[in-house]
Write a protein that binds this ligand. Structure first.
Ligand SMILES: [Zn+2]
Length: 244
């Protein structure tokens, strides 16, 4: 599944369509597209794993699930689930979930939690984590999109390894300074991830994601579906402390 940085990169690729007229929208998705006709595309943004197309009084979010993809001025043999058409171009989304909202994105989304936004607020994330997610395992809490907006499985695993925290540790048992370190590691790694995407080297440069041994002590990693979220997890039992 694409993580926040992958979506930010897609957004950057689409910037040349900002300010252009959308002649129509199509696709088999059920969202009502009738408002998207001869309207100016005012802004293209992201919120975590969502691309946002903003028009004058409304906006549309596009979320690529596990199998979603985007093509610009190209088509697959199968039908797009959502597409934006311009007089001389088109953006096609496959297996994407879309939502239509009246208003502005900031009225609906809290940019303070988006790991790749200037508005990102680590203090806000820390206090919310401690207040509302105290009894959760940190490996699960990291996937909560309203708290760590844009984090996906690779960012989750790599930042926990960098912070030396075992994913099954409960949030309330982890010392605050370790949580602060983790929150910083998430953001720092997200920007590394973004850079590595440009050379297609995210998996190659990952420290433990997709690997068999810890790069530090060469110990075999524990690999399996962990936590309640049951996502594939990689842990070094020696480096990553289980707080309890
Ligand atoms: Zn290790």
């Amino acid at each position: 599944m694409p993580e926040g940085p992958s979506i930010l990169l897609l957004k950057n690729k689409l910037q040349r369509y900002k300010g252009k007229m959308v002649t129509e929208a199509s696709g088999y998705g059920e969202m009502d597209k009738s408002a998207i006709q001869n309207v100016k595309l005012e802004e293209i943004e992201t919120f975590g794993k969502n691309l946002i197309f903003t028009f004058k009084n409304f906006f549309v979010t596009v979320h690529l699930g596990l199998f979603g993809s985007m093509l610009v001025n190209k088509r697959k043999k199968v039908n797009a689930s959502f597409a934006l058409h311009f007089s001389d171009a088109e953006i096609n989304f496959y297996v994407a979930n879309t939502h239509f909202y009246r208003g502005r994105p900031r009225d609906f989304f809290n940019y303070k939690t988006d790991i790749l936004k200037e508005e990102y607020d680590g203090e806000f994330v820390l206090s919310t984590l401690q207040e509302k997610f105290a009894d959760k395992m940190i490996g699960d809490a990291l996937m909560e999109q309203e708290l760590f907006t844009g984090v996906g499985n690779i960012i989750r695993i790599e930042s926990l390894y960098r912070a030396k925290i075992h994913p099954d540790s409960l949030v309330k048992d982890i010392p605050e300074k370790k949580l602060v370190y983790l929150i910083e590691a998430v953001v720092n790694y997200a920007y590394e991830f973004l850079d590595q995407l440009k050379t297609d080297s995210v998996k190659e440069q990952a420290l433990i994601y997709g690997k068999k041994t810890c790069p530090k002590d060469k110990k075999e990693l524990a690999i399996g579906e962990m936590g309640r979220i049951k996502r594939k997890t990689y842990v070094c039992p020696k480096c990553q402390k289980m707080y309890q």
